[in-house]
Design a protein around this ligand. Sequence first.
Ligand SMILES: Nc1ncnc2c1ncn2[C@@H]1O[C@H](COP(=O)(O)OP(=O)(O)OP(=O)(O)O)[C@@H](O)[C@H]1O
Length: 252
Amino acid sequence: MALLEVKNLSISFGGLRAVDSFEISIQKGQLYGLIGPNGAGKTTIFNMLTGVYKPDSGIIQLDGKDITGKKTIDINKAGVARTFQNIRLFKEQSVLDNVKVGLHNSYPYSALASVLRLPKYYKAEKEMNEKARELLKVFGLEDKENYLASNLPYGAQRKLEIARALATNPKLLLLDEPAAGMNPNETKELMETIRFVRDEFDMTILLIEHDMKLVSGICEELTVLNFGQVLAQGKTKDVLNDPKVITAYLGE
Ligand SMILES: Nc1ncnc2c1ncn2[C@@H]1O[C@H](COP(=O)(O)OP(=O)(O)OP(=O)(O)O)[C@@H](O)[C@H]1O
């Protein structure tokens, strides 16, 4: 059974059919790329997968469970986490606190426990700090835990956003243009990080990306979207050599 199974997914904005009968099937542990020209509908698909937009039609199944049209928070609890095209960190909070935000689903304590500083609160806080530090270590950010997120270099902010997404303990990680704004060295390091996350966390990853070096370097399979429709789908090498793809996208 596929970890993510999407069938016949469509959405229109006014007269524009932004996504038309989209289908994808992603196996557990796969590193999968979603590519296509600007405005093809890629982020709109992420927004439907994460409950930001309700699709007009179609079915989204995660690990056999129907998550179509559910609220973002419930989809996150079901196991979908994402990062954004424009980094969305809590910029005036510490690096450690940014990761801890992602952990709150797993360590619930009541507001009362927090206000009264009950033992439950201290226990949860201690465990969250440990877990957050473990995650920061994975991304080489362990000595920056007290920095304000806004003071990290750009590449490190991207890593922190991935760490925060992983803190929610997802089954599926969606990365929206993770290499956007990065220099070639940062992109190279990011590719290694993404591969590492997949291997270390046994994670399934779907990423949107324009950087073809990254796409061909780490994605095992690709879906190419054009004007809201699937243009090609399959093994990365086959897709990138498909004349349709070269004409419509890569050759532009
Ligand atoms: N909330 C909305 N209201 C109206 N139109 C929208 C909305 N969201 C997206 N669209 C339109 O849907 C189409 C697909 O946009 P989308 O952002 O998904 O493309 P994309 O493939 O992610 O592009 P890019 O690579 O530039 O990020 C575009 O024509 C866009 O203007």
